[in-house]
Ligand binder design. Sequence first.
Ligand SMILES: [Zn+2]
Length: 304
Amino acid sequence: MGCLRQRLEKRKAMTSEVLYESIEKMCGAYEMIERSELAQSILGRSIPLLRVGNGERKVLYVGAHHGMEWLTSVLLLDFLDELCDAYISKRETVGLLPDFILKSRTLLFVPMLNPDGVDLAIEGSAAGGILAERQMRMNGGSTDFSHWQANARGVDLNHNYAHGFLEYKQIERELGIEGGAPTRYSGECSESEPESAAIANLLRTVMPHAVYTFHTQGEEIYCASMKNERILSMGRTLSALSGYRLCRAEGPAAYGGLTDYAVEELAIPAFTLECGKGKNPLPLSDLILIYANLRRMLFYSTII
Ligand SMILES: [Zn+2]
């Protein structure tokens, strides 16, 4: 694998700053990447949107809904990196010609939807800005933010979408969650947060052919609908290509997420990929194996 970023920099945890530097280098190396800003986070950090290809059909990849799952941002940049590198060198990869992919598809990447949560999980309270004190309270007074999942105001973005939101409110009460928290608080209303509102709006505007959201961990693919034959067949293909188990999200994870919103409200095929296996947060050293296991699936996910 000829990943430019791996050649150019010593790997380190992907804070928002490291993400921006990596994107800067990639855009310098691959002129076909178009870069814009999807939105800004609660604390004003940029949420980059990258675009490659000119095809009619659009495919969206979203990483790091959850702060401590920043490994998914590295994974998505690695995939984009390998795709662009293969395109430039006209190299067939896992049986696919990158030229074909980028002529027939437009790929959209939001590698880090929750930069505030990621920076909190990696850097701790120092990344909390004006909300640092409040975050410390939400974190039970602990200075250890390594398991932080939510955004800067303690809203779990993947419970903040409109489908299943009201049902989740009931579950939330049963879990004893009454306000901002490191994980599982869904917010005052759906799409209350700039991060979730921006991605939901992107979905409604672009109406992509497929949406893939990346989380850790479990080596599972959550299929929002086990009844829709087309979505199920796509899910089976993804599962066969990765060895990950295809299943329906269960428990609290099944409510208020982006993929359920995409499938149930917008009829867009959408999948949640729980990458890797182990105890969150997965170490960066797991990425080589995760990428190796998912590489074929990532490339084929563009065209199925
Ligand atoms: Zn997650």
